[in-house]
Ligand binder design. Structure first.
Ligand code: HEM
Length: 292
C-alpha cells in the first residue's frame, strides 16, 4: 500500500507512512532530513506554529531538540555525546526500588512522574527538579489537533517557557537547554505511561511489551529534494514543504523491532535513552515479580 498523501495547496503537504520497510526505504533515499536542516523561519507555517507549543522547539531562543537537527549540523555530534555520557551514568538499585514501591502503592500519575523525573533528570541539574516544573511539563502539546484549542495552546507555550527558564537558570552555561528541558517532558508524557504498561504486562518480555505499545507515536522529516521517495509516491515531494510523518509506533508493532520504538528501524540515530530504558524496565520487572 502506498503512503497516505494529504495535500491542500498552499497550506499543507503531508506524507504519512507506517509500513516498516517503507520507512526504512524513505530514510535511505537521503531525500528527506530533520526539520531544522532548514532555517526555522523558512519552515512551513504550520510546522512553526505547532512545534513552538511542543517540548521540541523554542521559537524565542530558536532552539530545537537534538533529533530535529541534521547530522550535518556542526553542533549535533557534541550534543549527542553529552547526552549519551550523562545517560550512561545509569541508575541505582534504590531508584528501581523507589519506582516499584510507588507502582505497588498505586500512586497517581503526578507522584509517579515526579519520582521518575528525578531518576532520569537529576543528573543534568545536580539537584531535584521542583514539582511545579514537572507539573508544567505535562502541558506541552503532543498532537497536532490540540493546536486549535486556544487555551491548550497558550498553556503549552507558557509551560515550555517555564521549563526553559528553569533550565537557563540552573544548567551549566555550555549545556543546550532544550536538549535537557525536553527530557523532563519526555519522562512525564511518555515514560510514566510506560511504567504502567510494564506493571500491566509483568509476565511478558520487555521487547514484546514495548514494541506493542511504542510510547513515541511518530517522528517528522522534511523533503530536501523533489523526489518520489524511491517510487513510493505518485507525485514528487516539494523541498522545504512536504513533511513526512513516520508512524514509528505502528511500525514497531508490525515488525516487533525495538529500533522502531526508539528510532526509524536502525541503530543509527536511535534514541540515546534506549539502553537505559530497557535495562531499567528489566530490573523493575524483576523487582515487581519478586514482590508479587
Ligand atoms: C519512553 C521514552 C522515550 C522514547 C519512546 C523515545 C523515543 C525516541 C525516538 C523514536 C527517537 C527518534 C527520533 C527521530 O528519529 O526523529 C528518539 C531520539 C532521541 N531521544 Fe528519545 N525517547 C524516549 C526518552 C528519551 C529521554 C528521556 C531522552 C534523554 C535523556 C531521550 C533522548 C533522545 C535523543 C538525544 C534522541 C536523538 C538521537 C539522535 O538523533 O542521534 N529520549 N527517541
Amino acid at each position: 500500500m502506498s503512503p497516505l498523501r494529504i495535500k491542500v495547496p498552499l497550506l499543507v503537504d503531508l506524507v504519512i507512512v507506517s509500513d516498516p520497510e517503507q520507512i526504512r526505504r524513505i530514510e535511505a533515499t537521503g531525500d528527506v532530513d530533520r526539520l531544522h536542516v532548514f532555517e526555522s523561519a523558512s519552515l512551513p507555517w504550520w510546522v512553526r506554529y505547532f512545534f513552538r507549543a511542543t517540548k521540541f522547539h523554542d521559537d524565542k531562543r530558536d532552539l530545537w531538540f537534538c533529533p530535529f537537527e541534521s547530522a550535518s549540523n556542526p553542533t549535533y555530534p557534541g550534543r549527542r555525546a553529552y547526552l549519551e555520557q550523562k545517560v550512561e551514568e545509569g541508575y541505582t538499585p534504590g531508584d528501581v526500588k523507589t519506582i516499584a514501591d510507588l507502582l505497588i502503592a498505586n500512586v497517581d500519575d503526578e507522584t509517579l512522574s515526579q519520582a521518575m523525573v528525578q531518576v532520569v533528570n537529576r543528573r543534568f541539574f545536580g539537584q531535584e527538579i521542583p514539582p511545579p516544573i514537572t507539573k508544567a511539563a505535562k502541558n506541552t502539546l503532543q498532537k497536532l489537533g490540540e493546536a486549535i484549542l486556544p487555551w491548550k495552546y497558550k498553556r503549552a507555550i507558557q509551560s515550555r517557557e517555564k521549563i526553559m527558564e528553569f533550565c537557563e537558570r540552573t544548567l551549566e552555561k555550555q549545556v543546550h537547554i532544550l536538549d535537557v528541558g525536553h527530557n523532563i517532558g519526555e519522562v512525564v508524557q511518555a515514560t510514566t505511561g510506560a511504567l504502567r504498561r510494564l506493571k500491566e504486562n509483568l509476565d511478558r518480555p520487555i521487547e514484546e511489551t514495548f514494541t506493542r505499545y511504542g510510547p513515541t507515536d511518530q517522528v517528522p522529516r522534511i523533503a530536501t529534494r523533489a523526489s518520489k521517495l524511491d517510487g513510493l509516491l505518485r507525485f514528487s515531494t516539494t523541498p522545504r514543504q512536504t513533511v513526512v510523518i513516520l508512524k514509528v509506533a505502528k511500525a514497531a508493532a508490525i515488525s516487533h523491532d525495538l529500533y522502531f520504538t526508539f528510532g526509524t528501524g536502525k541503530p543509527e540515530r536511535a534514541c540515546v535513552f534506549m539502553p537505559f530504558f530497557l535495562a531499567f524496565m528489566k530490573d523493575l520487572q524483576a523487582e515487581l515479580q519478586r514482590r508479587r
